[in-house]
Design a protein around this ligand. Structure first.
Ligand code: SF4
Ligand code: SF4
Ligand code: FES
Length: 237
């Protein structure tokens, strides 16, 4: 069967073009890419590590949808592209440093450790979020980056939620303060991040929870004041 791959090279002038390749049946996309590199096109460049869905290095887009190449079984006619909103180094290999910078900007860590008893229920609350493999698939799928490249994005906000829900965090306010600008209120709650996550994490739900916590700390949706209700909400109903 055949698949097509978007190639991108910067040798002299940056050049983007699509090339078709024949691949063996019944192999993962990552094995197919390795086959192409060995047999057909030694220049083909892509990310890979664990080959088992753990390291997050092999994420690409297949027919416009984010997939881990080591888990995806290709079909005839599939079109493979690099992740969106990442600088392309070459072919399918992207620079993920900007996406990972969102963890730093959002201060996605424990701010002030306090003594606390962790129950099994507490563990369950953040177990899934702790499984993020930083594959950047949700970042690539998020439409907000098309209009706001400074958006903190799904995996950073999910990580922030993980710490605000941790009983050992003694300073939830610092986390909440850090995600007000280009953060929780910029999300459209479209759910694309949740749909593509290979780990089954639900950043949309985590962001909804963070909005609730933000309200508890006195924040509100900055767009709320600009909304047109068709009536004066303060008119004494
Ligand atoms: S739910 Fe929010 S964070 Fe997730 S993809 Fe949509 S806009 Fe982006
Ligand atoms: S939340 Fe899911 S899609 Fe996003 S980086 Fe983590 S594992 Fe990947
Ligand atoms: S190679 Fe590690 S997740 Fe695919």
């Amino acid at each position: 069967m055949n698949i097509s791959i978007q190639k991108f090279v910067r040798d002299k002038e940056p050049q983007r073009y699509i090339r078709e390749y024949e691949i063996p049946d019944n192999s993962t996309l990552l094995s197919a890419l390795q086959h192409i590199k060995a047999i057909d096109d030694p220049t083909l460049t892509f990310g890979a590590g664990c080959r088992s869905g753990i390291c997050g290095a092999c994420s690409v887009r297949v027919n416009g949808r984010e997939e881990l190449a080591c888990s995806y079984m290709p079909k005839h006619g599939d079109h493979i592209e690099p992740l969106k909103y990442h600088g392309i180094k070459r072919d399918l290999m992207v620079d993920k440093s900007r996406a990972k910078q969102t963890l730093k900007t959002s201060t996605a860590w424990l701010h002030q450790s306090q003594k606390a008893t962790i129950t099994t229920k507490d563990e369950k609350l953040t177990e899934l979020q702790s499984d993020c493999i930083l594959c950047s698939s949700c970042y690539s799928a998020c439409p907000v980056f098309a209009v706001n490249p400074d958006f903190l994005g799904p995996f950073a906000l999910t990580r922030i939620y993980r710490y605000t829900a941790d009983p050992r965090e003694g300073d939830i306010k610092s986390s909440i303060d850090a995600i007000q600008s280009d953060g929780v209120w910029d999300c459209t709650l479209c759910g694309e991040c949740t749909a593509v996550c290979p780990q089954g994490i639900d950043p949309k739900m985590d962001i909804t929870m963070l909005r609730g916590t933000s309200s508890q700390y006195g924040y509100m949706d900055p767009n709320f004041g600009n909304m047109n209700f068709g009536f004066d909400p303060n008119a004494g109903f």
